[in-house]
Design a binder for this molecule. Structure first.
Ligand SMILES: C[S@@+](CC[C@H](N)C(=O)[O-])C[C@H]1O[C@@H](n2cnc3c(N)ncnc32)[C@H](O)[C@@H]1O
Length: 339
């Protein structure tokens, strides 16, 4: 694990994360032994109710990913921008810390829907084709793999916080490729979430496979899960059927990757298509619902929420993407002093 950077003083804008004390529970150690309480549901409930590890004790893959302007110092979490009239809130910081802070204020959950597009852990020296050229896959340090165990530990920690922040009948959508999605699905099961669908996003025009040793990668998976087995999740069945020409909508969605029209204000290296986020919101939320995106990137979820009158909170480590999101929200950009 990289050396921990010095911590900046706590920011006044967010309460200091103070949910638990003591050492971080590890899943193998912290779970009740099989059969000790009789039922799988009880074990899941016990696991979901475990206290959070104190922030400093949690494995934080963001150690070493620093704001460009403050060498050696992690920026504290802060509310970077808000539009209270539209119910839009952008947080700058590590999503683990920001979600801890939100949970301290809202221990019973506050979000109706969460969409997460986490690190896929695929920037590891491979090659791909971009604009007809061979390029290295390098989305950023945040996307580098730390090995299957640490990747899974990170996935479990952010998913646990998402589960805690969902309202009782809220649901969670997580996108990924094979590099991450099996770990996400396993962690969802460990946490007692109820997996509702495995949606395949099929891209009609994927880049060719340059190595010619694999099939062309042309899909991503989006897992949809309810907070737990008891949740009565929202599914706007009729709206989806209408959108699909009067036929039940299937779990394979053919949608093009975002084109230049969605990148006129700037682009993120792993930007999702607006149409994907709009479909997710229309399928599983209502106007006025509160949506969280803990890995906000260039703010596609934020834009979809603004368009469809959902409230939104987004969390992002990198100030560049916070600025892009503000710009896409029509705020003009550049209004975020990040220090
Ligand atoms: C896959 S991208 C999201 C792209 C986004 N869906 C879009 O359409 O633009 C993931 C983003 O999460 C950010 N990120 C990575 N680790 C993070 C963390 N621990 N806390 C907050 N943001 C993080 C990265 O900087 C990156 O911008």
């Amino acid at each position: 694990m990289p050396t921990k950077p010095k911590r900046a003083p706590a920011a006044p804008a967010l309460p200091a994360p103070s949910i638990s004390s003591g050492p971080a529970p590890r899943y193998a150690e912290g779970s009740p032994a099989k059969g000790s309480n009789g039922s799988l549901r009880a074990r899941h409930a016990a696991r979901a109710a475990e206290p959070y590890p104190a922030y400093d004790d949690v494995f934080r893959p963001t150690d070493g990913i620093l704001a460009e302007d403050t060498p050696g110092v992690l920026q504290p979490s802060r509310l970077a921008w808000q539009d209270a009239a539209r119910g839009l809130f952008l947080y700058h910081g590590d999503c683990l810390a920001v979600m801890d802070a939100i949970a301290a204020k809202h221990p019973d959950g506050v979000f109706d829907l969460i969409f997460a597009d986490p690190p896929y852990f695929l920037s590891n020296g491979g090659i791909t084709c971009h604009a007809g050229k061979m390029v290295k896959v390098d989305k950023g340090d945040w996307d580098k793999s730390r090995g299957p165990e640490l990747n899974h530990e990170f996935n479990t920690e952010w998913l646990r916080r998402c589960q805690r922040l969902l309202k009782p009948h809220g649901s969670l959508w997580v996108s990924g490729t094979h590099h991450v999605i099996f770990s996400v699905g396993y962690a969802m099961q460990q946490l007692g979430m109820k997996i509702l669908n495995q949606v395949t996003w099929q891209k009609p025009n994927p880049p060719p496979n340059l190595a010619c040793r694999y099939f062309t990668h042309s899909t991503e998976t989006v897992l949809w899960a309810a907070k737990n087995e008891k949740s009565k999740h929202t599914f706007n069945y009729a709206a989806m059927k209408t959108a699909n020409g009067g036929k039940q909508m299937k779990d394979v969605w053919t949608l093009t990757a975002p084109g230049s029209a969605e990148k006129t204000l700037g682009k993120h290296p792993t930007q999702k298509p607006l149409a994907l986020l709009e479909r997710i919101l229309l399928a599983a939320s209502h106007p006025g619902d509160f949506v969280l995106d803990p890995f906000m990137g260039g703010g596609t979820t934020a834009v979809a929420c603004a368009k469809l009158a959902r409230k939104f909170a987004g969390i992002e480590l990198d100030p560049r993407w916070l600025n892009l999101t503000e710009t896409r929200l029509g705020a003009g950009g550049g209004i975020m002093p990040c220090r």
